[in-house]
Design a protein around this ligand. Structure first.
Ligand code: PAF
Length: 283
């Protein structure tokens, strides 16, 4: 009989439950989220269930990864509906700490990063972001002590940053990347898609389509610089404002020096109205 889905709110109860499973020789997978769950998150749960015996989902809207200009208060908070979705998906435990449990009074420690966190992509436009993500993810990894953690490839730079952080800090949680879940028209699922107007939602799939076209051009041997410029121009004509659209070395996110470098990734962030969309695909 699978255990019933419980919600816990303290590190102590989270740790006690995971330790109990460990004593029963069960493997555990962590799915860190900020709630407002969609099918992309549920795919992470599904992959967690395929990888481990028990799946722990965390729901915490992390203030440390929002800049003062970004509207933390407007971020959707839908815990009740989230828990129902997780119950249906077969998750075993929800960890939803209050702000003071995560960041007690006087909290003053953060993880400082280099390498993929300073690739000049998301970090260039959201300089505060990865230190905030790495700090909360390190805290979640250490608190939960799970064997694995599932992260979506949609946030490709985040996946690389978290993987490197766990390795560098010898945190024994294996980070597993899960392919992006898309709507039928190709738009990558994201909690932020909710902010798109109907007209913007109709235009939004062009981001993925453009990445596919640029990737095809690069694969066909066309100049990377010219292909990326053409992609940005196409997006601009459709009303997007692009922060970046670049081809990078998939493993390190370093700029591409020669096309012979094996695995490449094309990554983009682009605004449609007030909504910032990100996406990436293999080249
Ligand atoms: O990807 C997210 O939802 C967040 O950045 C994460 C990993 C849950 C950390 O707050």
């Amino acid at each position: 009989m699978p255990d019933k889905l419980k919600t816990v709110r303290t590190v102590e109860t989270l740790r006690a439950q995971v330790s109990q499973w460990r004593r029963r020789d069960m493997r555990t997978a962590l799915v860190p989220t900020m709630g407002a769950l969609h099918n992309g998150h549920l795919r992470l749960v599904e992959m967690g269930l395929r990888t481990a015996d028990r799946v722990v989902v965390t729901i915490f809207v992390n203030p440390q990864q929002f800049a003062p200009s970004e509207d933390l208060d407007a971020y959707p908070r839908t815990e009740k509906a989230d828990v129902e979705k997780l119950r249906a998906a077969g998750a075993h435990l929800v960890y939803a700490p209050a702000l003071l449990e995560m960041y007690p009074e006087g909290f003053c420690t953060s993880v400082s990063l280099a390498g993929p966190a300073k690739a000049g992509l998301e970090d260039k436009h959201r300089p505060h972001f990865f230190d905030g993500v790495a700090t909360v993810v390190a805290k979640l990894f250490i608190a939960a002590g799970c064997d694995y953690a599932m992260f979506g490839e949609k946030d490709f730079q985040q996946l690389k940053v978290v993987t490197k952080m766990a390795r560098d800090l010898s945190i024994p949680t294996g980070v597993i990347g899960v392919p992006t879940v898309r709507a039928d028209d190709g738009l990558a699922l994201s909690s932020r898609n909710e902010y798109l107007s109907d007209a913007e939602r109709a235009t939004a799939p062009l981001l993925h389509q453009t990445l596919q076209e640029v990737a095809a051009d690069v694969r066909a041997g066309k100049s990377i610089t010219r292909s990326c410029s053409a992609g940005k121009k196409q997006l601009k004509q459709a009303g997007f404002k692009t922060d970046y659209l670049e081809v990078r070395v998939a493993e390190t996110l370093a700029p591409v020096k020669s096309k012979s470098e094996t695995e490449l990734r094309i990554l983009a962030a682009s605004w449609l109205g007030k909504t910032r969309l990100i996406d990436n695909i293999a080249v």
